[in-house]
Design a protein around this ligand. Structure first.
Ligand SMILES: Cc1cc2nc3c(=O)[nH]c(=O)nc-3n(C[C@H](O)[C@H](O)[C@H](O)COP(=O)(O)OP(=O)(O)OC[C@H]3O[C@@H](n4cnc5c(N)ncnc54)[C@H](O)[C@@H]3O)c2cc1C
Length: 381
């Protein structure tokens, strides 16, 4: 029995909510939004779109979590948006011998379903409402990634609705080990090629997913801008040492204490504008290792060398007591705190409110240059 996909048109009370995502800069005016609940719904929606000549010059777009930075999903030239957010389960699939995560599953859906049922985790992002459709296909990463790599390192297969001949949609299963080289290429295109480019993803499968540490150690600190404004040299030293630390850690070089290993540590340095009043740092480490508190202290001492000693005004360590970027105040974590991994993930599980934003993500492998550090200081102050 074929079913009709749900279509939300402009006269529907849901339309205004469904024509936008997280970033309120981008609001579309599509003819309708398809709320797809199965791959068959997606096929039907694509076939209908392709059959309508009025759609030729306007775009069809796909949405999972709605966290797109730019106007790839919502813009003036969009005729139809397919929303797959209702396909949001995560489970072990014996027929593929792999964990299946549906494209509409958010980070929080996949985190809770995989961990509660199997003790496994994708090393995905910390923002709870980011969707797998865009997150995984973009090579998503998060707090477990220095330990376990990217989400796509575990990608075994992807189910994607494609329109190979430009006329008819069909469901395609592309595996890492598909016999057909074109299917292997299609799989590969989903390991960082970005969402919305190759078809409509409906399911992902992952093999050999890691188990996160049972406990993690969390700590947050902040430094007041009023102190740092008197000591631009210390602000710059913080940024310089932060980058150098990770460059050394990655390369196995630098001071002995870094070479003891910090692969289990993930940090969020919050270089906020002077109007915020503070800059902050959030740290997560494997809490099952006995030496984690010592390594945490050594890391912070290294970053803040000169903050509390030497000539000139000092810069004191204070509580991270306010919103910084998408992360809310983390007051209680001023004291190093051991928490079960799932509980800690929930504590840092921030997306923040929907907002108008301009974002850029990049992977750094080298420390900031002096020119970059000067530019950061200049623009933040
Ligand atoms: C507040 C915030 C925090 C973030 N934190 C992290 C983080 O910690 N780590 C990280 O790696 N990234 C992070 N990101 C970036 C995020 O991973 C990407 O923006 C991602 O593309 C969002 O996916 P989505 O499905 O939620 O977005 P959507 O807006 O639904 O889609 C994003 C892109 O993917 C396409 N797409 C979506 N679903 C499908 C599908 N089913 N098939 C084909 N294409 C599809 C869309 O067409 C669009 O081009 C963050 C983004 C925000 C806004």
């Amino acid at each position: 029995m074929t079913t009709q996909p749900i279509e939300v048109t402009a006269d529907d009370a849901r339309y205004d909510a469904l024509r936008r995502g997280f970033n309120q800069r981008w609001i579309a005016e599509p003819d309708y939004i398809v709320v797809a609940t199965s791959a068959d719904d997606v096929v039907a929606a694509l076939d209908k779109f392709l059959a309508d000549p009025a759609h030729v010059s306007r775009r069809l777009t796909v949405r999972s979590g709605g966290h797109c930075y730019e106007n790839f999903v919502s813009s003036a030239d969009v005729a139809v948006t397919i929303d797959v957010s209702q396909m949001n389960r995560a489970y072990f699939d014996p027929s593929m011998n792999a964990y299946c995560v549906e494209a509409g599953a958010t980070n929080w859906h996949s985190t809770t379903q995989l961990y509660r049922k199997a003790g496994r985790a994708l090393p995905g992002g910390s923002c709870y409402s980011v969707g797998s459709g865009g997150h995984i296909s973009g090579g998503g990463y998060g707090l477990l990634s220095r330990l376990f790599g990217l989400t796509v390192d575990y990608l075994y297969a992807v189910e994607v609705v494609t329109v190979a001949d430009g006329k008819k949609a069909k469901v395609t299963l592309a595996r890492k080990d598909s016999r057909d080289a074109a299917l292997r290429d299609l799989w590969w295109a989903h390991t960082g090629g970005g969402g919305g480019n190759f078809g409509v993803i409906t399911r992902y499968w992952f093999r050999d997913l890691p188990s996160p540490p049972a406990q993690v150690l969390l700590r947050s600190v902040a430094w007041e801008w009023k102190d740092l404004l008197k000591r631009p040299d210390l602000f710059k030293s913080l940024v310089r040492r932060y980058g150098q630390f990770f460059e050394h850690e990655q390369a196995g070089t630098g001071p002995d204490f870094i070479r003891r290993g910090y692969r289990d540590m993930f940090t969020l340095l919050k270089l906020t504008h002077v109007s915020n009043g503070k800059v902050g740092l959030i740290v997560q480490m494997d809490g099952t290792k006995k030496d984690s508190p010592d390594r945490l202290k050594a890391f912070l001492d290294h970053l803040t060398e000169g903050f509390a000693a030497g000539p000139g005004p000092h810069v004191a360590q204070t509580v991270l007591d306010r919103q910084m970027g998408e992360h809310s105040a983390q007051r209680e974590l001023f004291i190093p705190t051991l928490l079960p991994w799932l509980t800690a993930t929930q504590s840092l599980n921030e997306s923040g409110p929907n907002r108008c934003g301009k974002y850029k993500s990049a992977y750094h492998t080298k420390a900031f240059t002096e020119q970059q550090i000067d530019a950061i200081h200049h623009h933040l102050t």
